[in-house]
Design a protein around this ligand. Sequence first.
Ligand code: NAD
Length: 248
Amino acid sequence: MFQLNGKVALVTGGSRGIGRACCEALAEHGATVVVNYVKGEAAAREVADAIVAKGGKAEILGFDVADPKACEAAIEDVVKRHGKLDVLVANAGISIDGLLLRLKDEDLDRLFAVNVKGALACARASTKAMMKAKTGRVIFLSSVVGEMGNVGQTAYAATKAAVIGAAKSIAREFASRNITVNAIAPGFIDTDMTSHMNDAMKEHLVKIVPLGRTGTAREVAAACVYLASDEAAYVTGQVLRVNGGMYV
Ligand code: NAD
């Protein structure tokens, strides 16, 4: 089960955290992985090298998801070189936290440019190729806060809720083309994104997780492998929560 041999997968923001874990897990299951990065070329190369060292297939591709033209050109390039794109993992994301009353317009714009417009630009370019192939998987990274909200994360949560609405809509648009579109909503996962939290914040968060601990990037990547697989062919328009029971 969950064999991805012969499939080509692009993971945006694949050089660290959840993106890196997705790259590694997809490659372990046989996919050829394109590791996207924006600034971390060395880190992306390290991910690809580690995959190749284990006998997998990977390459790196730099582009900024906040630049829609760059997304389109990069994805066209992947399709030209590999003849197809089977799986898009729209993982690249940023978080800028702050209470609504202190929210800056430029932060709001940046959050939407990367987390929403970036994910949609990649989905638009990818589904063009998937439509022709009459098969494909689009996986968005949302967040538990997109569903339950969180004090101090209004703007970030709004972007993550937007991604869920988009996933459900695109799932309906492309179902007849045999393309499935889903979102993964991780809870509190130990990565660089959450490393800025102080111990008190972390303790508070862990208290509201019924499983009593943070999650790992690898646990999120397992959901990604499942949604990318042939076994998930009848799953579309869904939000797969990987959150230790934090929101049910
Ligand atoms: P991270 O900060 O460790 O990694 C994010 C990656 O996205 C980085 O590699 C970064 O370079 C890349 N990125 C940022 N802007 C980019 C751009 N413009 N173009 C291309 N790449 C860009 O974060 P993470 O914790 O691994 O999060 C991955 C995804 O999962 C994000 O979408 C995040 O919102 C979501 N998520 C994370 C958590 C968590 O607890 N860590 C929880 C819920 C959802």
